[in-house]
Design a protein around this ligand. Structure first.
Ligand code: NAD
Length: 456
């Protein structure tokens, strides 16, 4: 079924119907109408999948997608228009252009943690750029996956956009096909599987992966505000956010004040019984619950630490000074557990951060701007914030993506359109003048060429 589906999409692409900007915009508007009309269904599906609070679903999934779609529809003419660039003097007289062309057949594989937004946002970019798309949502969020499939069917012909639901087997079969572009969001390990499959056909890929994101709090930080902003960025979606702060590195002089502020802010956000709070999501499945629960063994939980397997609940938890070889400090946590490690000097900070692969994000809290800037420039990471967490995601003018192990490529705003477009560089030569220097016979011309090159 999958090879036939791809063949249909390739044939449809060849008809050129995806190339019309007007047609792309008409479909994007139809999609927008559907997504707006079915917002409640979407937030219900997310709740049914992992008790995601409606407020978080609107803020981090539906609203982001709607804004993104509106922005794409508004800017599409401009993005798709051939862009004139400054010509090279050596080519005088010429006018030079960049033409954006769609790759062709795009495969989008999405994860479960923001199962709606991380499926639809790349899809929007791929369609805007004129591609056909097969989208595979995560099998771990079946309600959202089924709803996405239903919505897509109402807007697109299957030979243009199709949702293929399923798990690893389906994903594996999809990856065996020859795509023109693959956009993958998920774990580092599966990212490597995708990269290997793509290499067989030299298919270009975007890999949006994860990592262990450090959050530095220096001795000049506003601790109360830091605690508030860290708690939101860490515990939204129950910590199952690729850019959530993974661990805190705090100047030892601020640790006690930070714990006090964290306790106060956690209670303010989720009450003294977070299990009863309607504003705190659940862990996606038992496998992840067990993986996370193991991280709590033999740890000093300053806040939280309670778990309930029946309801897949893990309390918002803060762990004091875990050892670097403990379970919680080995891999990306991806849950509501926040280890805090204190440091006295920058060399410890550096040793710890550099002992991990390049993270997807990094955060610095401090009121010394020069120091914060120095830290931001010292370490390599996908993107991040000074004095806040995760909000860099919300600015469509900033490219979103990882570096090294945390990913390859970036998207959001016009970067998404660029991701799904090949840029053809074209020189348009004028005929009214033809400078003869480059043509053979070359005799006696080299000195002149050297002089011109030196002068340029
Ligand atoms: P995952 O890698 O397990 O799954 C992602 C997708 O790949 C799913 O659709 C799944 O069906 C498919 N898949 C799983 N195993 C596969 C295999 N062996 N072969 C082919 N396909 C396979 O990731 P996840 O658990 O859904 O998401 C969590 C991870 O994703 C975390 O590491 C997180 O940091 C990362 N993530 C990154 C971003 C980002 O934007 N960079 C966003 C969200 C999540």
């Amino acid at each position: 079924m999958i090879p036939e589906l791809l063949n249909d999409q390739k044939s449809y692409f060849k008809t050129g119907q995806t190339l019309s900007i007007t047609h792309r915009k008409t479909l994007l508007k139809a999609l927008l109408n559907q997504l707006v009309a079915r917002e409640q269904d979407i937030t219900d599906a997310l709740y049914n999948d992992f008790k995601k609070p409606e407020f978080e679903s609107v803020l981090t999934e539906t609203a982001i997608v709607i804004q993104d779609l509106k922005h794409t529809i508004k800017k599409l003419n401009k993005w798709a228009k051939p862009k004139r660039v400054c010509p090279a003097l050596l080519n005088f007289p010429s006018s030079d252009y960049l033409y954006a062309e769609p790759y062709g057949s795009v495969l989008v594989i999405a994860p479960w943690n923001y199962p709606y937004q991380l499926a639809i946002a790349p899809l929007v970019g791929a369609i805007a750029a004129g591609n056909t798309v097969v989208l595979k949502p995560s099998e771990l969020t079946p309600h959202t996956s089924a709803l996405i499939s239903d919505i897509i069917k109402t807007v697109f012909k299957p030979e243009h956009v199709t949702v293929v639901e399923g798990g690893v087997d389906t994903s594996t079969k999809l990856l065996e096909q020859h795509w023109d572009y693959i956009f993958f969001t998920g774990s580092v390990n599966v990212g490597k599987i995708v990269a290997k499959a793509a290499a067989v056909n030299l298919t270009p890929t975007t890999l949006e992966l994860g990592g262990k994101n450090p959050c530095i709090i220096d001795d000049t930080a506003n601790i109360k505000l830091a605690a508030k902003r860290i708690i939101w960025g860490k515990f939204v979606n129950a910590g199952q956010t690729c850019i959530a702060p993974d661990y805190i590195l705090i100047h030892h002089s601020k640790k006690d004040a930070f714990y006090k502020a964290m306790k106060h802010e956690v209670e303010l956000a989720y009450s003294t019984t977070p299990q009863q709070s309607k504003d705190f999501a659940r862990i996606i499945n038992l496998k992840n619950f067990e993986r996370l629960s193991k991280m709590l063994t033999n740890q000093n939980c300053i806040i939280g630490g309670q778990t309930d397997a029946d309801t897949l609940y893990i309390a918002p938890t803060v762990i004091d000074n875990p050892t670097l070889d403990s379970e919680v400090m080995k891999d990306e946590i991806f849950g509501p557990i926040l280890p805090v490690i204190s440091y006295q000097n920058d060399s410890k900070l550096e040793t710890i951060i550099l002992s991990y692969n390049k993270p997807l994000s990094l955060y610095v809290f401090g009121s010394n701007s020069a120091k914060a800037k120095q830290l931001i420039q010292k370490f390599s990471f996908g993107g991040g914030c000074i004095n806040d967490t995760i909000v860099h995601f919300a600015n469509h003018r900033l490219p979103f993506g990882g570096v090294g192990n945390s990913g390859l490529g970036a998207y959001h705003g016009h970067y998404t359109f660029d991701t799904f477009s090949h840029k053809k560089g074209v020189v348009k030569k004028a005929n009214w003048l033809d400078i003869p220097v480059r043509y053979a016979p070359y005799n006696g011309k080299l000195d002149l060429v050297r002089k011109v090159l030196n002068w340029l």
